[in-house]
Design a protein around this ligand. Structure first.
Ligand SMILES: [Fe+2]
Length: 183
C-alpha cells in the first residue's frame, strides 16, 4: 500500500503556480481540499530524472497543497501510484483501508472526479498508516483507499511524481528502484 523509499530530498517550498486540478468542498465559504499545481523547469527535470528515460512519459510531476485537516477515504483520480517528496507534513497521518463488505460499500463521486471516489470510514477497516516527515519520500498505491488526517491547521505540501493508470504500484516501485540504481 505504501513504501518509504531509501531517499531524502532537498527540494524547496513552492508557492501556488498554475492550478492543474483540485478536489474538495466549500464549507462556510472556505474551499478545503487537495490542489495540484504545475511544476516545471529545473525541479520537474530533477524529479523526472529519478525515472529511467524509457518510462518517463508514463509519469507526470506536480505540486500538491492540502489545506483541509481531513481528507476522507478515497481513491485517486486517473493515477495509480504517486511518489510523494514531502515538503511540509505537519505530522499528518496517511491511513490505508480495506472495505468491510466488498459489494455493499456506498461511495460518493465529486463533480470533478472521473474514476476517483470518496468512502465513509465506518464502512472500512484500517490496514496501515504512516506519518511522513519533511524531506522524506514515499511511494503510495493511490488506487487503494486512503485518507489524510492532521491535527494542525497548516497546509501540507509535497512534490508528486505520479504514474498513469496502467503502471501498477509494483511496477512503479520496480521502475523507481531501477532509476535509483543508476544514480
Ligand atoms: Fe489521494
Amino acid at each position: 500500500m505504501f513504501t518509504k523509499l531509501d531517499l531524502t530530498h532537498d527540494l524547496p517550498e513552492q508557492g501556488p503556480t498554475e492550478l492543474l486540478h483540485q478536489f474538495g468542498k466549500s464549507i462556510d465559504g472556505n474551499w478545503l481540499g487537495i490542489s495540484y499545481y504545475k511544476v516545471d523547469g529545473e525541479i520537474e527535470e530533477r524529479l523526472k530524472s529519478y525515472i529511467p528515460e524509457k518510462y518517463r512519459s508514463f509519469f507526470q510531476v506536480n505540486y500538491m497543497i492540502i489545506n483541509s485537516s481531513y481528507i476522507p477515504p478515497h481513491i485517486d483520480d486517473k493515477i495509480s501510484t504517486t511518489i510523494n517528496f514531502y515538503v511540509n507534513t505537519a505530522d499528518a497521518v496517511t491511513r490505508f483501508f480495506d472495505k468491510k463488505q466488498v459489494n455493499q460499500t456506498s461511495s460518493e463521486k465529486l463533480p470533478e472526479q472521473s474514476n476517483g471516489r470518496i468512502y465513509k470510514s465506518e464502512d472500512l477497516n484500517l490496514v496501515s498508516e504512516f506519518i511522513a516527515k519533511p524531506k522524506e519520500v514515499y511511494l503510495l498505491d493511490v488506487q487503494k483507499l486512503h485518507s489524510v488526517s492532521c491535527s494542525k491547521q497548516e497546509n501540507r505540501t509535497s512534490y508528486c511524481l505520479q504514474s498513469h493508470i496502467g503502471i501498477s504500484y509494483e511496477k512503479c516501485l520496480e521502475i523507481f528502484n531501477a532509476g535509483l540504481a543508476q544514480w
